[in-house]
Structures are given as structure tokens and as C-alpha cells.
Design a protein. Structure first.
Lengths: 257, 307
């Protein structure tokens, strides 16, 4: 791969190794994540796909005994570099979790929180941003009349869209999704999937999922992890239909899971 | 007799519960039998606590009720039982407790915050944790000795309000730390992650998410600790709190007495009349503790409704 190619990539990862204490989870993962597209990370349970995702915004820093080696470049910035401000990094690399985790505050304050902690004080601007984010997250019509309601009273699917809204509010370039639908019913899942597809015109999206149909429905690119190694990475069609790797073929055909 | 009828009802219910499963196989009978035993053991345990409390409080109330008049609260102690009051005692208690809370709460909460949120889990923090847990179990008289050495002698504060409050603050500090740590630990990790994922710093996450979520439990812990401090006698006697004070403390450097010491003093007098004073003092002391607890419950309830 030449340099201009790498420059255009949202993430360019070389020789990533990671683990917890004595237990190594990722072995020598190299991958380039293209902008304005959906990259699905698939693989059986325990293959390291969540750990991989959490390496990208340094969420693993919070885990005791975690270690990481190799290079993770976000644009032209070394994610694990000495001079990196982690809070600044995480603002630009948003994350949505498996279980919806809205803050125990009002709907409005959930979205406004990110803006406020990054120094926005102008109430009018905050209101405007909250509105825009909720519209983008396809939640505005459902909550516009009760923005002061506690967010925990929303349904699971609405909570997850609220979490997406609060992530969008701080204007990230990338959004990481860690199995965003695994705690949701089919209708909510479809809503979130539509939303993710809709968001790709503005953001690079990386979605960890154990739902192969979901990867098939929404992904542009697919990375298949197995036992902590990246077995294959390529366009969705190629991985799902024309894979040359026996392991990938077996997995996407449901031989093992 | 009401209690005979009450006992009959409970007994009939008990027999009914036993015979209900008599046609079931033995393992169902055994399981339901254990269920019944645990249930009644639980009811009896609760009853034991409630009965003891009611008897204690009732006896103190009956004995002390005649003394519970306005003059009792506005009079200084006296050699004449019927003229003696608890003015200096309850004012002293409030001085000491407020000062004690002002010292112990910020120190305790900050310590717990550091241990739980900032320090990495290495050997040192584990040693600290074990030691704090041990300190919470140290007899209070030892804190009295510590207070005597540290505040009264070394810092030359004398037998002052400040020395008393400091001693009690040391005493409840481990309790505050442990309760706060428990409360912080109970905050779901997903809440912290949600905040960090938006680019919040550690302190922003603590201040805006963790502390508000943990606040009701922290408050409960603080109240329990303060209630304990309200009733402490031994460490204050050890640092030389006076038992006879006919003036109110004007500053934190003044001598003082507190309610439990006053009660102790009256109980140890030979004259029968002072026993009534002691009982009335006990009622006031219990009243203060119950009020503090009630305020805590009210605050917690109000806070939880906001979420």
C-alpha cells in the first residue's frame, strides 16, 4: 500500500498486539479503515473483536493490566503516542456500547453533556446542537415534546438512539459500535441499522457484530477475526461470497460460530 | 388478651403452611419446610430487634417523660435534679458533630475517590484498603487515646470542642471511607464508559456522573457514621470532656460536654431523681439520631425522584 492510500484512511493499524496481563488477545493485526463507509468486524465469541474496537479509542486504558503494542494511526496521529490527549481523541472517535447506557439525567442533558464538558456555555447553541443531533439520530420526532423526561424511561431502542445522538453531538469523525443491537428487539434493531447506514455519508463507522445477517445488510467492508488474528479483510461481497479462506467460508456459512 | 389471639393466628398459619404440602413428594416437603423455617426465623429476628428497641425507648420515655419540658432544654446542669437541664449538652453535641462532619466527610470522600477512581490496583492500595477496614473495627477508646495524644497534648488544643470533634472525626473517618468506596463501586461501569467515550476527563466523569449516581449511598454512609459519632462517649471522656459545664462554648477552643456524657454522669449518681434526667436525656439523644436518619431518608428520596 502506498502512502497516499494510507493517508486517506481513517485508521491505519500495523502489527497491533494487545492483551490483559498474561493473556494475549490480539496477535499482529494490520488493517486500514476507509472513511465514509461501514466496516463490520465479525468473528466468533472471544476472538478479540471487542478488544480490537476498544483499542481504537483507548477505552482499554481503563482496564487494569491491559497492554498494547504496535501502531494505531488515526489520520496522521499516533493513537498511543506520547503527546496524545486521550479526552480529545475520544471526542473525535465516538463509541456506542452493547447495552444502551444513557446517563441518569434528562433526554436533553444526555445530549448536552458532551457539549458542556467540552466547554460550550452558550445555551442557544447547546439547544441547537441537541436538536440537530436528535434529528440526525432519528429520535427527534419521538422525544421533542418531553426533552426534560428522564432518559431511563425511554425504550431500549430509543435509549440506544439517544446514545448515538449524544455521540454525534460532539462531532466525531469516527463512530465505533460495539454490538449495538444485541440487546434490542428486531424492530429497534432495524431502526438502528437504518440509522447507521444513513450516518455513513458523514462518518466512518466501525461495527462489531456477531450477527452475520446484520453485517451482510449494512457493511461495505468486513473484517473477520478468529483467535485474535485478522483472517480476512475486504469488501463485504468479497468476504461473504468469494472468500478464498476456508475459515472465513466456514464461518459465514455457519459451520461454526 | 390481644397477644394471645395474635399468637394463635400466627400458630394456625404456621400449621397450615406445614400441612399444605403433606401430599407432595418428600423433596417438595423438605424444600417448602426449609422455606417456612427461614421465613419464620426471619420474622423472629426482626421481632427481636423491634421489641428490644421498643422496650428500651418505651422505658426511657415513661421514666423521662415528666422531665421533658422546655426548661430541661434551656437549663444548665445542676446539683438539684429537678432543676438540671441539658442545654450545654445538646449545644455541645451539635458543635462537636457539625465540626466532626466538616472534617471527616471531605477527607473521607476524597480518600475513597482517590482509592477507587485514581489509584491503580497495586499492592500499596490493597494494603491501605485492609488497614482502613481494620481501623473501622478499632475500639473507640483507642481513638480517645489518640485524640488525647494528638489534639489535646501535641497540638495543644486542650479539652476543646476542636479536640473532641477531631477525635470523633478520626473515629468515623474509616467508616466514611468504606461506605463511600462501596457506593462508588456500585456505580455501573457502563456509566463511566459512556462518559469517557464522549471525551470526558476523569474528574468530569466523577463530578458529573459517578458522584451524583453514588450520592444517595454515600449520604447513607455518612449519616450512619455521624449517628455513631453522636452516641460516642468513651473517646470524649478520654480526651477530658467535662461532665459539668454551666456555660455554652463560644468558640471551637472552648471546653464542652455532650449528651451521652451528660447521661452517663446522671446515671452514675446515687440519687434516684437523676435517673429520670438520664432517661429524658436518652430520649433526646435517640430523637436526634432518628431525626438525622429521617432527614437522610428524605434527602435520598427527593434525590432519587429527580433522576
Amino acid at each position: 500500500m502506498n502512502d497516499t492510500h494510507t493517508m486517506n484512511m481513517v485508521f491505519s493499524i500495523r502489527g497491533l498486539q494487545a492483551g490483559y496481563g498474561q493473556k494475549s488477545v490480539l496477535h499482529d493485526v494490520s488493517i486500514d479503515i476507509p472513511p465514509r463507509s461501514i466496516t463490520a468486524i465479525i468473528g466468533p465469541s472471544g476472538c478479540g473483536k471487542s478488544t480490537f474496537l476498544r483499542c481504537l479509542n483507548r477505552m482499554n486504558d481503563l482496564t487494569p493490566d491491559f497492554y498494547v503494542r504496535g501502531k494505531v494511526m488515526h489520520r496522521d496521529e499516533d493513537v498511543y503516542g506520547q503527546s496524545v490527549d486521550v479526552t480529545h481523541l475520544r471526542r473525535r472517535i465516538g463509541m456506542v456500547f452493547q447495552k444502551p447506557n444513557p446517563f441518569p439525567k434528562s433526554i436533553f442533558d444526555n445530549v448536552a453533556y458532551g457539549l458542556r464538558i467540552h466547554g460550550m456555555r452558550d445555551q442557544k447553541k447547546i439547544t441547537e446542537k441537541v436538536h440537530d443531533s436528535l434529528v440526525k439520530a432519528a429520535l427527534w420526532d419521538e422525544v421533542k415534546d418531553h426533552l426534560a423526561m428522564p432518559a431511563l424511561r425511554l425504550s431500549g431502542g430509543q435509549q440506544q438512539r439517544l446514545c448515538i445522538a449524544r455521540t454525534i453531538a460532539v462531532a466525531p469523525e469516527v463512530i465505533l459500535f460495539d454490538e449495538p443491537c444485541s440487546a434490542l428487539d428486531p424492530v429497534s434493531t432495524r431502526n438502528i441499522e437504518n440509522l447507521i447506514v444513513h450516518l455513513k455519508k458523514d462518518y466512518a463507522l466501525i461495527v462489531v457484530t456477531h450477527n452475520l445477517q446484520q453485517a451482510h445488510r449494512i457493511a461495505d467492508y468486513v473484517g473477520f477475526f478468529h483467535m485474535g488474528r485478522l483472517v480476512e479483510f475486504g469488501a463485504m461481497k468479497q468476504v461473504f461470497e468469494e472468500s478464498t479462506h476456508q475459515l472465513t467460508r466456514d464461518y459465514v456459512q455457519g459451520v461454526f460460530g | 388478651m390481644y397477644w394471645v389471639r395474635g399468637f394463635k393466628i400466627v400458630f394456625e398459619k404456621f400449621m397450615n403452611d406445614i400441612y399444605r404440602h403433606q401430599n407432595e413428594p418428600w423433596w417438595v416437603r423438605r424444600a417448602s419446610g426449609i422455606d417456612q423455617v427461614v421465613r419464620y426465623a426471619g420474622v423472629l429476628s426482626i421481632l427481636f430487634g423491634v421489641v428490644v428497641l421498643v422496650v428500651l425507648f418505651g422505658q426511657a420515655l415513661i421514666e423521662g417523660f415528666p422531665r421533658l419540658q422546655l426548661e430541661f432544654f434551656t437549663s444548665f446542669p445542676s446539683r438539684i435534679a429537678s432543676q438540671a437541664g441539658i442545654l450545654s449538652a445538646w449545644v455541645g453535641t451539635i458543635w462537636v458533630i457539625v465540626l466532626c462532619a466538616l472534617m471527616a466527610v471531605p477527607l473521607g470522600v476524597m480518600t475513597a475517590l482517590y482509592l477507587e477512581e485514581y489509584s491503580s490496583r497495586h499492592l500499596l492500595s490493597r494494603i491501605l484498603e485492609i488497614n482502613i477496614a481494620n481501623l473501622a473495627g478499632v475500639p473507640s477508646i483507642i481513638y480517645g487515646l489518640l485524640g488525647l495524644g494528638l489534639f489535646v497534648r501535641l497540638l495543644a488544643l486542650g479539652r476543646s470542642v476542636l479536640a473532641g470533634a477531631g477525635t470523633l472525626a478520626l473515629l468515623i473517618l474509616p467508616i466514611v471511607i468504606l461506605a463511600t468506596r462501596e457506593a462508588l463501586r456500585a456505580v455501573p461501569h457502563s456509566l463511566r464508559e459512556g462518559s469517557y467515550a464522549l471525551g470526558a476527563s476523569r474528574w468530569q466523569t466523577i463530578w458529573h456522573q459517578v458522584l451524583p449516581a453514588a450520592f444517595p449511598s454515600i449520604l447513607t454512609g455518612i449519616i450512619l457514621a455521624v449517628s455513631r459519632a453522636v452516641g460516642e462517649t468513651a473517646p470524649l471522656i478520654m480526651i477530658g470532656a467535662l461532665t459539668y459545664i454551666a456555660f455554652l462554648p463560644q468558640s471551637v477552643r472552648d471546653p464542652f460536654t455532650v449528651l451521652p456524657i451528660q447521661v452517663f454522669n446522671w446515671v452514675s449518681r446515687p440519687q434516684q431523681a437523676f435517673t429520670a434526667n438520664a432517661a429524658a436525656g436518652v430520649v433526646v439523644l435517640l430523637g436526634i439520631t432518628l431525626t438525622i436518619n429521617a432527614v437522610a431518608i428524605w434527602l435520598r428520596h427527593r434525590y432519587q425522584q429527580k433522576i
